[in-house]
Design a protein around this ligand. Structure first.
Ligand SMILES: *[C@@H]1O[C@H](CO)[C@@H](O)[C@H](O)[C@H]1NC(C)=O
Ligand SMILES: *[C@@H]1O[C@H](CO)[C@@H](O)[C@H](O)[C@H]1NC(C)=O
Ligand SMILES: *[C@@H]1O[C@H](CO)[C@@H](O)[C@H](O)[C@H]1NC(C)=O
Ligand SMILES: *[C@@H]1O[C@H](CO)[C@@H](O)[C@H](O)[C@H]1NC(C)=O
Length: 257
């Protein structure tokens, strides 16, 4: 009986890890309810118009669009929110009205590119002058390539979680051994992938503290980067998978099928 509980616990934990990883993967693939709520990183630029006003002193016209279905990266106007998933990003005028980029695996987290490619020409020019090129937020090469690498670690971690779950169902000493190995390797992939994504978002979030305008009355830049639910799902999947290694190893050592 104890053996059954041990096997059941291991399967349950690896199944939960798999499920959490799958939810992480569906984030921002389109704007329906569940994908919309899950993202790796969120960028809120709704205050940027105020910052431009404070910096330039002129009323800001034509910066934002209120057409939620306007195409992305086509100088059609800035949206208020840019949410990044692993396969695409979506830009929302107001939740839930938005539009998503074309899907491709390992979408790069390049929020500065996304923003400026939505602004009509003269605004993107002004923005490049206003945001110092030294801030990490503007370093699309580094943010993009690291988020891209982290994707491959997360997908490998997800595959390992699936293998651990399905092998563990076979209930042989050898399959429990294999499940333990996949759980250990998968945990490592998820850990490193989640850590890289977390670090990337935290570096980009240094933009949150920038101010513009006269030093006597500074105005926040109005661009806020924050960690999305998808990163928490990655950490939770890691936790479940790493804990599942214990009952898998116990089953492997004690199972006499
Ligand atoms: C975006 O930021 C503004 C303030 O800058 C805030 O009022 C608004 O609630 C934020 N939106 C979301 C979805 O977080
Ligand atoms: C919004 O953008 C779409 C796509 O470009 C276009 O077909 C539509 O006519 C626009 N709607 C308005 C109200 O401008
Ligand atoms: C998205 O895909 C469509 C059709 O494949 C293409 O016409 C369009 O240019 C793509 N958009 C972007 C932003 O790459
Ligand atoms: C940018 O261009 C738009 C339309 O061409 C114009 O209305 C706006 O005043 C320009 N902004 C600046 C700061 O030159």
């Amino acid at each position: 009986m104890r053996g059954e509980i041990c096997m059941g616990t291991a399967s349950f934990l690896s199944f939960v890890a798999l499920l959490l990883s799958i939810f992480m993967h569906v984030g921002q693939i389109n704007t329906s309810t569940i994908p919309r709520g899950i993202s790796m990183a969120k960028v809120n630029v709704s205050g940027y118009g105020n910052a431009l006003y404070a910096a330039l002193g002129d009323p800001i016209q034509g910066l934002y669009t209120d057409n939620a279905s306007a195409p992305l990266a086509a100088e059609a106007g800035l949206r208020n929110l840019y949410d990044y998933g692993l396969y695409s990003y979506c830009a929302y005028v107001e939740l839930p009205q938005g539009t998503c980029s074309n899907s491709s695996a390992a979408t790069r987290f390049e929020p500065f590119e996304a923003m400026t490619s939505d602004m009509i020409g003269n605004w993107s020019f002004i923005t490049e002058g206003l945001i110092p090129s030294s801030v990490a937020f503007r370093n699309s090469n580094s943010l993009g390539s690291q988020s891209n690498s982290a994707y491959y670690l997360l997908i490998l971690g997800t595959i390992c979680a699936a293998l651990a779950f399905f092998l563990g169902m076979a209930k042989r000493t050898i399959t429990f051994l294999a499940a333990s190995l996949f759980a250990i390797i998968g945990s490592l992939f998820l850990l490193i992938g989640a850590a890289i994504w977390t670090a990337v978002v935290h570096r980009a979030a240094s933009i949150n503290d920038l101010v513009v305008g006269a030093s006597s009355s500074p105005t926040p830049l109005g661009i806020t980067v924050s960690v999305g639910t998808g990163i928490y799902l990655a950490w939770a999947a890691f936790a479940c998978l790493v804990v599942s290694t214990l009952p898998y190893m116990t089953s492997c050592c004690t199972y006499r099928g």
